[in-house]
Ligand binder design. Structure first.
Ligand code: NDP
Ligand SMILES: O=C1OC[C@@H](O)[C@H](O)[C@H]1O
Length: 411
């Protein structure tokens, strides 16, 4: 392998908040995250309004000018939900690779159409669910897959923010015209925890969840969802994901996702404790805490630490717990660079550094820059389709219909 890093040459569509976080992160020194193989250059940034930007790198007065820029080989779409489909289509049809902010599109049909364009043009396409590449997420996934908490039973994951009544109804997360709502804005994160831990569990072998049920509270004026929760059973591994996203309150940072395992939860353990208590003339142990769990801290989208909490041999040591094990994965910057690095590695044609379970890697023949990958094994087209289809069903069941004309492709 060459000692020079591969440089992804980015064009940025939209000059809003997340685009600037992405650019700042991509420009951080490689040493900040101990990376030497891939690097990033911001070639051009584009705004719909040419009066808004006047800074280097090259400032373009239209998105098309960014896409057409000869030095741009990958386009990052950091625009509003309502224009993700059209902005990504512009990039793909222009023959450029594309990293598209979450939620990928408004519905599964729009996403599948983008995938068909990317495949026809032989360019890379990925939804920017950055949490998939976060080191804390990957460490939690490994701990669960290694059986640290026994058999995984339940994932409880929430991402909520206190926007209702605090931000104007015209804000992107509350506005119907901008396809707002908790599900599309925040839902991708509880979803990614569930997919990473349960869907990708080696014993589940990528079997989709069945019998998904949901509840939705809608905004009385704008009609977007203010709060949605949904349950996803994974029957193959007898595990369940409980997901929620609201615009009514904040998720407490000390517990954004909780993953409960079978170790310490068996009924025989509970019975044993109950009998011991009776023998000692104590009240039966209704309060015995028999759990083995991982508690994730930080933000659901940006986890930083996790705690492993489990019983010490409960059959011998009554109600004694291991001291909590704290695993700290705090990092510099916002944390978008890991997905940028993963994308650059795909463009360069590299297999992931760690084992990705059950994913077939697709190689692209005859690319200019490198023998790259059509899609990222850690964030496949199929997994975005699955998430979008689930969101379609939840919106339908909750009666959330988009404003006419927003969806450019319908099922
Ligand atoms: N990965 C993550 O952690 C995060 C992801 N996001 C996602 O990024 C996207 C943008 O969010 P954010 O950066 O907070 O948004 P911003 O409000 O900062 O706007 C982003 C860009 O969207 C364009 N835009 C603004 N208004 C409209 C409109 N009415 N119609 C079409 N386009 C418009 C503008 O582009 P221009 O500069 O050309 O005017 C603007 O700069 C969303 O889809 C969101 O889901 C958001 C936050 C965090
Ligand atoms: O992606 C996101 O993550 C964090 C939230 O604050 C934001 O609204 C959302 O778009």
């Amino acid at each position: 392998m060459s000692t020079k890093p591969f440089v992804a040459q980015w064009g940025i569509l939209g000059c809003g908040w997340i685009s600037s976080e992405f650019v700042k992160d991509a420009c951080r020194p490689m040493s900040s995250r101990s990376v030497t193989d891939v690097s990033h250059a911001i070639v051009a940034v584009g705004s719909r309004d040419d009066g808004l930007i006047d800074f280097a790198p090259e400032a373009c007065g239209s998105y098309k000018a960014v896409v057409d820029h000869p030095n741009v080989n990958i386009v990052y779409v950091g625009t509003m939900n309502v224009s993700h489909y059209e902005d990504a289509k512009l990039a793909l049809e222009g023959g450029k690779h594309c990293l598209l902010e979450k939620p990928a599109t408004l519905n599964a049909a729009e996403w599948k159409h983008l995938v068909s364009i990317a495949q026809a043009k032989k360019v890379f396409l990925m939804e920017a669910v950055w949490t998939r590449f976060n080191p804390c997420m990957l460490a939690v996934q490994k701990a669960v897959f290694d059986g640290e908490i026994g058999d995984v039973r339940c994932v409880y994951s929430d991402l909520s923010m206190d926007a209702f009544g605090k931000r104007p109804d015209s804000h992107r997360v509350l506005s119907a015209e901008l396809a707002g709502g908790a599900l599309l804005d925040l839902g991708p994160y509880p979803m990614v925890w569930s997919l990473m831990i349960l869907y990708r569990h080696p014993r589940n072998n990528m079997s989709p969840p069945e019998n998904i049920g949901s509840t939705m509270l809608r905004h009385q004026q704008t009609g977007v969802d203010l709060a949605t929760n949904w349950g996803m059973p994974f029957p193959k591994i007898n595990a369940m994901a409980f997901c929620s996203a609201t615009l009514l309150n904040e998720t407490p940072g000390e517990n954004v996702t909780r993953i409960v395992g079978s170790a310490g939860t068996t009924s025989s353990t509970t019975l044993l404790h109950t009998e011991r208590s009776r023998e000692r003339g104590k009240r039966p142990a209704a309060l015995i805490l028999c759990v083995s769990e991982i508690i994730v801290q930080g933000m659901t989208s940006r986890p930083l630490k996790y705690i492993v909490r489990k019983l010490v041999n409960p059959e011998k040591e009554d109600r004694v717990f291991h001291a909590d094990e704290v695993h700290d994965h705090t990092f510099d910057g916002f944390g978008l660079y890991w997905e940028a690095d993963a994308v650059a590695r795909c463009l360069r044609g590299e297999r992931p550094a760690f084992k990705v379970i059950g994913v077939e890697k697709t190689r692209r023949p005859g690319l200019k820059s490198a023998d790259g990958l059509l899609e990222c094994p850690e964030m496949t087209h199929a997994e975005t389709s699955l998430a979008m289809e689930i969101f379609d069903k939840i919106r339908k069941d909750g009666g959330y219909k988009y404003v006419d004309g927003l969806e450019k492709v319908k099922a």
